[in-house]
Ligand binder design. Structure first.
Ligand code: BES
Ligand code: ZN
Ligand code: ZN
Length: 460
């Protein structure tokens, strides 16, 4: 039952989730034996604290999971998962202390306690199963978890096994599961079909660049997701340094995240006409690599002066966004590990997004707080448009001043969208240290907030 709820059983151990401030109240209602056991074991409901309480025969009567206090919960997610990690194997059911959205969010965390990237080693898991609590949408939680697992696995897979072809294969596998269709335009065909910037960025790699196009659903509003699929970013000829390149297998994190979001949408049967576009390339170095100073003509016709081959994400996205825009969907969302500047601005825990649409922004904020998927709005600041206009072309892919790098990158992308409502996420897609339910490695940002906000973003 990995990543899923356990089937209901009479023998599940009831877990009481205990806030430090309400421990006394809860304890007052328990048998003297339970009260004594809790005291003698020093259980106070602190974060990460867990306690198994035996019945008269020594068999487990109940388990207690420390939930800390509200201040601590504001500082870290998955407080239940943190405590559960200290319980032994078994089948559990949540008996008290959580309800509604908080219960749903903590269940999401619980099911992910066993996430490990185990493609290249044997896993080391403790099997703590959870019976789906009454009153939550168990299928929805399982869909969110499955999508998150997909996103993480795709990001964590090293580039040697996750090039453009493997990313396409992953999209096809997902499509096959839900009856979606996939087409892909590869190599020289990218030039014939007018995706010059996807081709220019990807052509130096031995692994052919491609544009992956997935469609699902035949009624409802049109939603197009565009994900940056740079399967490895060396920086191109303006090569990255050692530290900057180390994590660049995750430069397809936007693609992994939109595939995760697509998985949620399809699993839940949301009435949408969904399209997912992934420009999948490796930004590599070779004799035919694109160069600093080159001027590329994009699909849309805008010319782009290359001032840094490491600002490749906006190039491949620009052609994909132009294609997305051609059929005027109701909403276009792009997700990309686009700039280091986004990290400098808000750190790795917050996913910055850009939109001109005030109501979309509010819906995202509300959804983000509700589902525990932190996002923050950054502005499409018009005066900075000047910075992306060089002397010899329409656009500059890397303004000389790195100031406001996330904003200038977002403004660059916006030039390629005209017809539709547009939201752009500049995500990090990486958890830097081990935390409960979030081991060091790839993870999804913004997708659950987007899913929850969807009814306010398109006319469902
Ligand atoms: N993939 C990187 C951005 C990135 C780096 C995201 C580290 C997350 C962590 C992107 O292609 C890039 O290198 N961007 C440059 C743009 C600059 C040259 C204008 C950057 O942000 O430094
Ligand atoms: Zn780059
Ligand atoms: Zn990149």
């Amino acid at each position: 039952m990995l990543f899923r709820f356990a089937p209901p059983t009479d023998t599940a151990i009831p877990v009481h989730v205990i806030d430090m401030n309400t421990l006394d109240k809860w304890l007052a209602k328990q048998d003297p034996a339970v009260q004594a056991w809790v005291k003698v074991n020093g259980f106070i409901g602190a974060k990460k604290q867990a306690l198994m309480v035996p019945g008269p025969d020594g068999a487990p009567l109940m388990a207690l999971a420390g939930f800390g206090n509200a201040g601590q919960r504001a500082r870290r997610r998955y407080m239940l998962a943190a405590a559960v990690q200290n319980l032994p194997e078994g089948v559990y059911t949540i008996a008290s202390g959580l309800k509604g959205q908080a219960l749903e969010n903590e269940c999401f965390g619980w099911l992910l306690t066993n996430y490990q990237f185990d493609r290249y080693r044997s896993p080391n898991r403790t099997d703590r199963q959870l019976v789906a609590p009454a009153g939550i949408d168990a299928e929805r939680v399982e869909a969110l978890v499955a999508a998150e697992v997909l996103t993480r696995d795709l990001i964590n897979t090293p580039s040697s096994d996750m090039g453009p072809a493997e990313l396409e294969a992953a999209a096809r596998t997902l499509a096959g599961e839900f009856g979606a269709s996939v087409t892909s335009i590869q190599g020289e065909h990218l030039l014939e079909q007018n995706f010059p910037m996807v081709h220019a960025v990807g052509r130096a790699s031995t692994r052919a660049p491609r544009l992956i196009d997935m469609r699902w659903g035949d009624s409802g509003p049109k939603l197009t997701l565009v994900g940056k699929g740079v399967c490895f970013d060396t920086g191109g000829l303006d090569l990255k340094g050692k530290a900057g390149m180390a994590l660049m297998k995750k430069d397809m994190g936007g693609a992994a995240t939109v595939l995760g979001l697509a998985r949620m949408i399809m699993a839940m049967g949301v009435k949408l006409q969904l399209r997912v576009l992934i420009p999948a390339v490796e930004n590599s170095v070779s004799g035919n690599a694109f160069r600093p100073g080159d001027i590329l003509t994009s699909r849309k016709g805008l010319t782009v002066e290359i001032n840094n081959t490491d600002a490749e994400g906006r190039l491949v996205l620009a052609d994909a966004l132009a294609l997305a825009d051609e059929e005027k969907p109701d909403l276009i969302v792009s997700m990309a590990t686009l700039t280091g500047a986004a990290r400098t601005a808000v750190g790795s825990d917050l996913a910055p997004f850009f939109t001109d649409d005030e109501s979309a922004s509010q819906a995202l904020f509300a959804a983000s707080a509700k589902v525990g998927d932190p996002v923050w709005r950054l502005p499409f600041h018009e005066p900075y448009e000047l910075r992306i206009e060089p002397q010899n072309a329409d656009l500059d892919n890397a303004p000389a001043s790195g100031f406001a790098g996330a904003i200038t990158a977002a403004l660059f992308l916006r030039r390629f969208v005209s017809a539709s409502r547009y939201i752009h996420f500049d995500i990090y897609a990486w958890q830097s240290s081990n935390a409960p339910s979030r081991p060091k490695g790839g993870y999804g940002q913004g997708a659950r907030a987007l899913l929850d906000a969807l009814p306010d973003l398109v006319d469902l």
